[in-house]
Design a protein. Structure first.
Length: 290
């Protein structure tokens, strides 16, 4: 279980959301058997997706973040519902790199910098809204900030962090998203920048004092007003019906080939690892009329 705190400040010119969700990232680590650096990468993506997803209006809206940077971890995918509950995966969960010279996990190196961040919002329309930007660093928070500024024209600042213990368990995981309304004065922008620059290390604050202290340091001197606090978690929506639909989309020829092997076909959900078994007879029943 985790939480997102939403607040406004400076006469509603500043919107801020802070997330603390170590259990969410720990569950992802356990499900996928992630290395320390892969866990930090996927964890940051999940946290960022949760912050953005939680701001959507429609009950059935979904948001997907996909990073393809050409690094050893492959694609990093995180999906959020409109409550901020998330699920995700990486192509290579065991991929890892030595720590950087400053002792931090090399998320940017693992994700890579030669590629794109794509954000897809499914708002129940005929087609989802899709925006994409070139990766800035592969560190995810900087890339997400670039996306919001370049693709959505929203002055923003984002910070995301995952603190992995020596036993690989998650000690802290969270982040913040600050967005300024159009017309925000330069001195207000400068105040936010100064506050963020003067903050203690994000994961240290989260580990020692919690999300409320992150919010306090970001909005110091700006009269913050907390709007609400929402619970968020790692949540997969897979079901046998959804897996059947995916198998049907593969086409009758593929279904016939699988059934022809004469044994049960095992399909695993890429988000939670749950396994579904289909007999040859069940596969053939999924064929669609042509």
């Amino acid at each position: 279980m985790g939480k997102i705190i939403r607040a406004v400040a400076a006469e509603d010119m500043i919107k801020t959301a802070v997330i603390s969700a170590p259990d969410m990232v720990e569950e992802a680590r356990t499900i996928h058997g992630l290395s320390a650096t892969a866990c930090a990468a996927l964890g940051r993506a999940l946290l960022g997706a949760s912050l953005l997803g939680n701001a959507m209006k429609g009950e059935k809206d979904t948001l997907t973040l996909r990073l393809n940077g050409g690094g050893p971890v492959g694609s990093v995918v995180a999906v959020s519902d409109s409550a901020g509950n998330v699920r995700g995966y990486v192509d290579e969960p065991k991929a890892d790199l030595p720590t950087r010279q400053d002792g931090k996990l090399d998320v940017g190196g693992l994700v890579g910098r030669d590629g794109t961040l794509t954000v897809s919002r499914d708002l129940g329309m005929k087609e989802p809204y899709i925006g994409s930007v070139s990766l800035v660093s592969g560190e995810i928070a900087e890339d997400l900030t670039a996306y919001l500024v370049e693709s959505e024209q929203i002055p923003s600042a984002c910070g995301l962090g995952v603190l992995v213990g020596t036993d690989h368990h998650i000690l802290a995981a969270g982040g913040f998203l600050v967005q300024l309304l159009p017309g925000a004065p330069d001195e207000l922008i400068q105040k936010i920048e100064d506050n963020i620059f003067m903050m203690d290390q994000l994961t240290t604050i989260l580990h020692e004092d919690g999300a409320e202290e992150v919010l306090r340091q970001i909005l110091r001197g700006l009269d913050p007003q907390i709007l609400d606090t929402d619970e968020v978690r790692y949540r997969c929506y897979c079901s046998r019906e959804r897996i059947e639909a995916a198998l049907q989309s593969a086409g009758n020829e593929t279904l016939q080939e699988l059934a022809g092997e004469g044994t049960e076909t095992e399909v695993s959900c890429q988000f939670c690892g749950k396994q579904y078994l289909f007999t040859p007879e069940e596969l053939l029943k999924l064929q669609t009329e042509t």
